[in-house]
Design a binder for this molecule. Structure first.
Ligand code: UDP
Length: 443
């Protein structure tokens, strides 16, 4: 098997996958780096969301396959432990880089050299060596690029958000943009492989970042069983939603690009006969002063201005353990983002058999089959969203069959085991490639 790889170092990974699936090495040690997305914190607040979960579930899934996985992140609080053992072979390791407090990701760049030194020190002191580094988001990408060139370890990179796409949708671009764009370019050209979570992300990278560098599409995944286990009737009883009420659900961080404003405006435009029977649940957001407070305040003011206070519930962030109840209770889940590289919330809702309405942007366009597993609407368009909500709430039969199709789609495409296997195969092929290119040992 390996001989084939050596003779053809430029083979597409899909071909390698077929040849190597039976020889995969399960004893490897991997470093996942997520400087600003601590895999162990509660999601939906303090900027924690999809990236945190992506890293944690990847770490746990690889550990289940027998690998050793260390997930490195920046220490944000002195009352959290330095090391958390999540499962046999999977731990979070917090490194000190800059003040021990929350720092917005746009302000973290100056602390990366300290993070790098802390990583190297940890490695030396513990005598740990890693076979591969997987960086997440451009900040970690910078760290991993340094490690790759110093230590010769192969690097996989996942963007989670592509600056070149994100900035196109923003009126005011942050100061850090130039550094970010340069590092994102280097990640694509110089890492061993970029993992795009959707075909659209791959296209964006090719069009806006570089034609060079290897990209493999591997989607995000979820624990389907966790999100599909709650019964609708029971869930509605638990949340106190009467039978004659329709529940419209948003789950996610409070960030302008999530388009919560559009959802609120869309609900305000619903026909009054329907609006009177609706409950809007906005799940996510910190409870105290935090990075998302401004957006929360803005949405709260809008809800008041549009006279929706009596039908809107701000739940604050809800732990993953309890989220299935919300998805199961909802009549529809809405993902109104302006930009979404993947959108985990979409597949979580689909796993719960809840019909989905999502913006026609980024990875959502691939996750949601328009008219089959949900509806896609143009972003930033309250009227279109209002019409889509009206349609699904007025056609329960259609909504139900979309929910079932969504569940089937999640089972076939986004299960954790299959996705982790793909990632594991990719890692293994890159490690072989790297070893033999380093020793220049072509057979
Ligand atoms: N989430 C959560 N509790 C909340 C709000 C969000 O657990 O109160 C989770 C949600 O279930 C999902 C993640 O945060 O797994 C958000 O990921 P997504 O990819 O949708 O958005 P991102 O945060 O990456 O922009």
């Amino acid at each position: 098997m390996t001989i084939k790889l050596l003779r053809h170092p430029h083979l597409e990974t899909e071909i390698l996958e077929r040849n190597l699936s039976s020889t995969i090495d399960r004893q490897r040690r991997y470093a996942l780096i997520s400087v600003h997305g601590d895999p162990s914190v509660q999601l939906g607040k303090d900027g924690a969301g999809g990236q945190n979960l992506y890293v944690k579930s990847l770490g746990l899934s690889l550990a289940k396959r027998g690998c050793q996985v260390d997930m490195f992140t920046r220490r944000e609080s002195s009352d959290r432990p330095d090391i958390i053992e999540h499962a046999n072979g999977c731990r979070t390791i917090r490194l000190t880089a800059g003040p021990t407090k929350f720092i917005h990701r746009d302000e973290l760049f100056p602390y990366l050299p300290e993070f790098l030194e802390a990583w190297l020190k940890f490695q030396q002191q513990t005598g740990t060596t890693y076979d591969l580094i997987h960086s997440n988001y451009w900040l970690s990408g910078w760290v991993a690029l340094q490690l790759r060139s110093r230590l010769g370890i192969p690097q996989v990179h996942t963007y989670h958000s592509v600056g070149a796409v994100k900035y196109k949708a923003m009126d005011i671009v942050p100061k850090i943009a130039l550094s970010r764009l340069g590092i994102e370019w280097a990640c694509l050209e110089q890492s061993d492989c970029v993992v795009a979570t959707s075909l659209k992300e791959k296209q964006d990278l090719r069009q806006l970042v570089s034609q060079q560098g290897q990209i493999q599409v591997i989607p995000c995944s979820i624990d389907i069983q966790h999100f599909s286990q709650v019964d609708k009737v029971h869930a509605r009883q638990q949340l106190g939603i009467p039978d004659n009420q329709k529940m419209i659900l948003y789950v996610g961080r409070f960030d302008e690009r999530k388009g919560i404003e559009v959802l609120v405006r869309a609900c305000a435009q619903l026909p009054s006969i329907l609006k009177d029977r609706c409950q809007i649940y906005l799940v996510g957001g910190s409870h105290k002063n935090a990075v998302d407070t401004v957006e929360q305040q803005r949405i709260r003011s809008l809800v008041t201005e549009l006279d929706l206070n009596n039908i809107t519930t701000f739940t604050g962030s809800i732990d993953q353990t309890h989220l299935p109840t919300y998805y199961a209770a909802a009549d529809i889940c809405v993902v109104p983002s302006y930009y979404e590289p993947f959108g985990l919330v979409a597949i979580e809702a689909m796993a719960a058999r809840t019909p989905l309405i999502a913006s026609k942007v980024g990875g959502l366009q691939e996750t949601v089959l328009d008219g089959e597993t949900g509806l896609l609407v143009p972003p930033r368009d309250p009227e279109a969203l209002s019409n889509a909500i009206t349609r699904l709430l007025s056609e329960p039969q259609t909504a139900r069959s979309m929910g079932i199709s969504g569940y089937e789609r999640v089972c076939s495409q986004f299960g954790q085991r299959a996705v982790a296997e793909k990632m594991h195969l990719l890692y293994d092929s890159l490690i072989y490639k790297n070893k033999f290119s380093q020793s220049n040992h072509y057979i």
